[in-house]
Design a protein around this ligand. Structure first.
Ligand SMILES: *Cc1c(COP(=O)(O)O)cnc(C)c1O
Length: 396
């Protein structure tokens, strides 16, 4: 740390994080810039958030225009146009009917849990409240979302959490069959690609089985696309590859280009059981964030954009497979889709992350042995190559 920064300027921040040393003061496209002017290639995108890169004119112009109206916040006591337009756009693109806006992924998951509980009680009585989640899942850190997150160490200090969560092996048909009890289960919650759990793609046939069985048994299927959604995989909604229609979809991370926003999308059937006062948010769907989200969504869903992401994603996969072949004793597997990739190592991932950062590349782990790569969707091929070269040099 530079002497100019004084004793420890971090000490007033609650220690729930151990942030790395660089102090970032600016960003440009795929790079972050620290207070000494050093540039870092950012393959984290703030954990899949800044999908159009740093300082994107799409985000800056939409935010500036929105600020100039003088309308940052009104609360949901009043109508504003951006939230209505964004809801209509998300509904049309997803095939779902209704949208609830909030401020984060965990809030979106909590909303989904409340909505399915309400619906299931009306449809199946008071015992139909259990939520089934998958091994390896991550859905957030609040009392409901944490209860369905498969990280015992994250949960234990804070129990009791929301009761009624069950975990199953994602690919076991037998466990799925047993867990999906039409009289007791309200919902199955699934990340089509697990992020924090190690960048694991759920096989298409597994998603089909989950959709078929939940549908047959009157159980809601919630897809958590907070991390993998909105273009990261080369599709707007990753489940569209499998051609399934979920009952709810939760979005957040990249939704508003770096501003905090979440959304829970649901069917009319479930929405019809929700009444005024059943849920609320002071900030959710405000005109500033919704204006930026509209501009980001327009850009990401414009013709050609997602095709480019798929091409870049393929390029990244090829580069990583070459690294795996050259270092087969250190790299055991390359996983993921599009620009959401994981490199499973034979040893600890954390020292590799540290060496990469020292060499000018930002990456993040996904569990103890997986390096997770989440570059901006707008990244240039040359930057992908440069980033992977730094990563490869950081393996040893
Ligand atoms: C990050 C994440 C969340 C939680 O989002 P926050 O905005 O951090 O609350 C939920 N689900 C998934 C799949 C995530 O990756």
């Amino acid at each position: 740390m530079s002497a100019a920064r004084g004793a420890d300027p971090r000490e007033a921040l609650l220690g729930v994080y151990r942030p790395a040393d660089p102090l970032f003061v600016g960003g440009e496209r795929a790079e972050l810039i620290d207070d000494e002017g050093r540039r870092y290639l950012d393959f984290t995108s703030g954990i899949a958030v800044t999908s159009l890169g740093h300082g994107s004119p799409v985000v800056t112009e939409a935010a500036t225009r929105a600020l100039e109206t003088g309308l940052i916040h009104t609360s949901n006591l009043f109508r504003t146009r951006p939230a209505e337009e964004l809801a209509a756009r998300l509904a049309r693109l997803s095939g779902l009917d209704r949208v609830f806006f909030c401020n984060s992924g965990a809030e979106g998951v909590e909303a989904a849990l409340k909505f399915v509980r309400r619906w299931a009680k009306e449809a199946g009585g008071p015992d139909k409240h259990r939520i089934v989640a998958l091994h390896g899942s991550f859905h957030g850190r609040l009392f409901g979302s944490l209860a369905i997150t498969d990280r015992p160490a994250y949960r234990a200090p804070f129990e009791p959490l929301m009761p009624g969560a069950d975990f199953i092996d994602p690919v076991s048909a037998e466990q799925l069959d047993r867990a999906l009890d039409p009289n007791r289960t309200a919902a199955l919650v699934v990340e089509p690609i697990q992020g924090e759990g190690g960048v694991r793609v759920l096989p298409e046939e597994v998603l089909h089985r989950m959709r078929d069985w939940t549908q047959e048994r009157g159980i809601a299927l919630i897809l958590d696309e907070v991390q993998c959604g909105l273009g990261r995989t080369g599709e707007l909604f990753p489940h569209q590859v499998a051609g399934i229609e979920p009952d709810l979809v939760v979005l957040a991370k990249p939704l508003a280009g770096g501003l905090p926003m979440g959304a829970t999308l649901l069917t009319d059937e479930i929405a019809s059981t929700i009444r005024p006062g059943d849920h609320a948010t002071t900030f959710g769907g405000g005109p500033l964030v919704a204006s930026v989200a509209l501009a980001v969504l327009d850009h990401v869903s414009s013709p050609g954009f997602l095709g480019e992401v798929r091409k870049k994603g393929h390029r990244l996969e090829v580069l990583l497979e070459e690294v795996r072949e050259r270092h087969s004793e250190r790299v055991t597997e390359v996983r993921g889709r599009g620009l959401m990739r994981g490199l499973e190592l034979a040893g600890d991932a954390a020292p590799v992350v540290d060496r990469a950062r020292d060499a000018g590349l930002l990456v993040v782990t996904a569990g103890p042995r997986v390096i997770r790569l989440l570059p901006p969707l707008t990244i240039a091929d040359a930057e992908l190559e440069r980033g992977v070269a730094i990563l490869e040099a950081s393996l040893t």
